[in-house]
Design a protein around this ligand. Structure first.
Ligand code: 13P
Length: 259
């Protein structure tokens, strides 16, 4: 019942010409994706160009961050309404690079999630533990804290319009992905929490993506786990062919949906 979702997080990559070429490559290679939804999240500056390339195709697009206010004296920030106006379907929030490099707090992230929902965007909330936290046996504690805080104050119907991503920090950009078993264990735990925070039905329909060194050769093993509903792809989303392969390998068996 959950169509897998594969999202390319381009991070701070993609001048206009490159962005157009990459988005066109993905669009042309995935003309009729079966059993998978696909979206690209370029830098803000490339969003209009990518939107133009993808309009009329089944591929969606989104942003990598937003502010919690709609407008105001917030130099350098982008409001969620500005993203909605560009046709964004998603906004990635709480990515570990934002948490760690830019000191975003759980409270900041919760305000961003709520603001995104107000504008009809699907917030793609990222949670994940560091290597040290995993060593100390704190993985579940950390992801639970991030999830409860990031969704603080949301109604069940708002949670139902959200997407979650489990991104262990130690797997991001390292080439060391979580094993399918490690990821599945955390995804199962998160799904149990969704059931508690929203409802059993929402837990069954909400997509939980895995992110962290997803590549064409490990995508199938990860995304065919029962609780893994697609991938959030960093480095490997910068090559059209590789990203297309990941999307195809993440499609549900039978090309429609998975339980
Ligand atoms: P990599 O796929 O480069 O490890 O990055 C993952 C990520 O941070 C996606 O948001």
């Amino acid at each position: 019942m959950r169509t897998p979702l594969v999202v390319g997080n381009w991070k701070m990559h993609g001048r206009l010409a490159e962005a157009r070429e990459l988005a066109s490559g993905v669009r042309d290679g995935l003309k009729r994706p079966r059993g998978v939804e696909v979206a690209l999240c370029p830098p803000f500056t490339a969003l209009p160009a990518v939107a133009e390339v993808l309009t009329g195709s089944p591929i969606g697009w989104g942003a990598q961050n937003c502010h919690w206010e709609d407008t105001g004296a917030f130099t350098g920030e982008i409001g969620p309404g500005m993203l909605a106006e560009l046709g964004c379907r998603f906004v990635i929030l709480g990515h570990s690079e934002r948490r760690h490099l830019f000191r975003e707090t759980d409270d900041d992230i919760a305000r961003k999630v709520a603001a995104a929902l107000r504008h009809g965007l699907q917030p793609l909330l990222c949670v994940g533990e560091t290597a040290e936290e995993r060593r100390q046996g704190l993985t579940f504690t950390v992801v639970e804290g991030q999830l409860r805080a990031g969704w603080a104050g949301l109604r069940a119907d708002e949670i139902a319009r959200s997407v979650l991503a489990y991104e262990p920090v130690w797997a991001i950009g390292t080439g060391v992905n979580a094993t399918p078993a490690q990821a599945a264990e955390v995804h199962g735990y998160l799904r149990g929490l969704v059931s508690e925070l929203a409802s059993k039905e929402t837990a069954q329909s909400l997509r939980i993506l895995y992110g962290g060194s997803v590549k064409p050769d490990n995508a199938a093993a990860l995304t065919q786990q029962p609780d893994i509903d697609g991938a959030l792809v960093g480095g490997a989303s910068l090559q059209a062919q590789g990203f297309i392969t990941i999307a195809k390998k993440s499609a549900s068996r039978g090309g429609s949906s998975k339980e």
